[in-house]
Design a protein around this ligand. Sequence first.
Ligand code: PLP
Length: 347
Amino acid sequence: MKIVDLRSDTVTKPTPAMWEAMAHAELGDDVYGEDPTVNRLEAMSAEYMGKEAALFVTSGTQGNLVALLTHCGRGDEVILGDKSHTFVYEQGGMAALGGIVPHIIPNRPDGTLRLADITAAIRPDNMHFPRTRLICLENTHNNCNGTPLTAGYTAQVAELARAHGLWFHIDGARIFNAAVALDVDVRELVRHVDSVTFCLSKGLCAPVGSVLCGPSDFIAEARRARKILGGGMRQAGILAAAGIVALEQLAGRLAEDHIRARRLAAGLATIPGLEIAPVSTNILYFSLANDVPLTPQEFVARLKERNVLVLAHGGRSLRAVTHYWIGDEDIEQALAAVRGVLVRMKN
Ligand SMILES: *Cc1c(COP(=O)(O)O)cnc(C)c1O
């Protein structure tokens, strides 16, 4: 029986078209700026995001760190959400490697930050304070049920940033999921931001890589930051080739993943013992009711015996993420497995 791997959309392996593109990619030394495939991916990415330039980076974590190192100097402060990936899951790289101070404010359940909280976090000009330099948002917001942030909200934050002379970066690891969920062109979601990172290696199925987009002078500096982090790759076109296929063929099909995530949520909602969080993209959080006599780790292990993988996510919470390699029959297999585990508990 097939393993239905719902832990993350990062588990996606390349599509046949990607393997084909990688096998025949035209290559050069990208540190010399001579890899035509990387150059093409960067030009396409800039175009997709409506920005002047782009930089192919090894990962979303590297893209965010490069952006932060480029926008901020040592002792500068960044305003970001307390549930954001950059604050929670990136080892505090901004502080560890950049001397940049994270100033966190609470994420609301929809992934937004209150405008009043942002304003209150901006430091006045005073010798005692670090200098506020940057605001970061995340779209879609992974830890907030994968919720997309709207173009309208993003524009409001951009206005605030501009009024205070701050840079504005978006961690758009899954920004194409946001665009699909909101039914807008992805450019609308980043029109007023200075920089954005998006991942090729999640729902877009590429094996490796993210792209940082922004103004040309910013990207030129970001290229230096990438190099000092060890991200200057050589014949990286072999990876960029898959990224090009990702943009051309995968970005447009994400709605299918959202439909399957909703179908999975609807199915799980019929099974006693589970509480289901709202689903708006491809990420579904659910939790075990208190009367289910299983830890999340035990639940995950029993599902695994039935060839279904989900992620324990702290507390009683679990995560399932749909992606390219999850079809309708896999959703059925997952539901049958969950039913099997929980119904057996009852008896
Ligand atoms: C996955 C993810 C990242 C980091 O990407 P990696 O390629 O795993 O380093 C950053 N931000 C968000 C919101 C993510 O989901």
